[in-house]
Design a protein around this ligand. Sequence first.
Ligand SMILES: *Cc1c(COP(=O)(O)O)cnc(C)c1O
Length: 376
Amino acid sequence: MSAVLNDPAIPSRPQPRPGVLQIEAYVPGKSHAPGVEKVFKLSSNETPLGPSEKAVTAFNAAARTLQDYPDGAAHVLREAIARAQGLDPDRIICGAGSDELLNLVTHTFVGPGDEVLFSEHGFLVYRIAALAAGGVPVVAKEANLTTDVDALLAKVTARTRVVFVANPNNPTGTYIPFSEVKRLHAGLPPNVLLVLDAAYAEYVRRNDYETGLELALSAENVLMTRTFSKIHGLAALRIGWAVGPAPIIDALNRVRGPFNMNTPALLAGAAAIEDVAHVEKAVAHNAEWLPWLTTQIGKLGLNVTPSVANFLLIHFPPEKGRTAKEADAFLTRRGLILRSVASYGLPDALRMTVGSAEANLKVVEALKDFLEGKPA
Ligand SMILES: *Cc1c(COP(=O)(O)O)cnc(C)c1O
């Protein structure tokens, strides 16, 4: 019998590490509207255009190889990304969605008591990843729902290990120019890893925006993450990638699962990034509808945060009958599923993904009816 069996200091059942039970599990965007025939899911920033046909063909072909382990080094995909971006494939790591990479970063660089810094309305995965690693989430205030570099720098301590910045950010849709990213980087101690999460980079059409690729290639402490879930329409396959300094990529490769990417994802992802025409179509669709929605919803008297991504944040007044919660219920009854962002500290707003033309027109019409007090 073990010597500790009768030790009264031993807990009566297995205990998760400190931090784990502080995690509020991520609640994904809704996908159902009970009783409605045609549903438009505008809650998870998926593309209304779907994936590239070439990606679908590659995915189908992969069905014939399911007995074999995938290539653990993800050669096909890393090389396709490297060609598309003009990079060295050795500086790229792939993950099961950028979610896996964000978690890998904290598991690799954050230990108990270490601080992980991000901004007030930053992507929820950062907090979850920090706590799961036993770290301490530290939050910096935003200014105008936008990442505030000075506020972030003011929160840096000797315990800071990782700073996460989604640029553009989800759910706000706002961004900081590259000059601000560089100022943030310049103000960080060299042992702090700056993670630039550029999940929506392809959608941004601003001259002063950069993904951070240049910094990830030149600095010793910058990692840029990307995803195939948004512009490439492959959210179901879970494909993300990151580029950074060789020692960072090396450390992440030691911690990741040896077969973290599956074969259908590797092949479909490689085909998707090569289908430039499809990406351009998705960018053009967004460039047409994002400003249209912003203007039309603004005309209804609702405040819309200016977005550079494929979604927008709509603010509702606090008066009964007009709140975000009531709007959400109203829209859902019409099969229009938006995203509540109360868990992001934004209880008076809803996030809407730019959808198909049909969905976009329906949302504007439904919001008009909602504000006029018409029945759903
Ligand atoms: C959607 C999103 C991601 C991508 O997540 P995947 O795991 O790649 O699907 C990453 N960061 C932000 C800010 C996002 O909104």
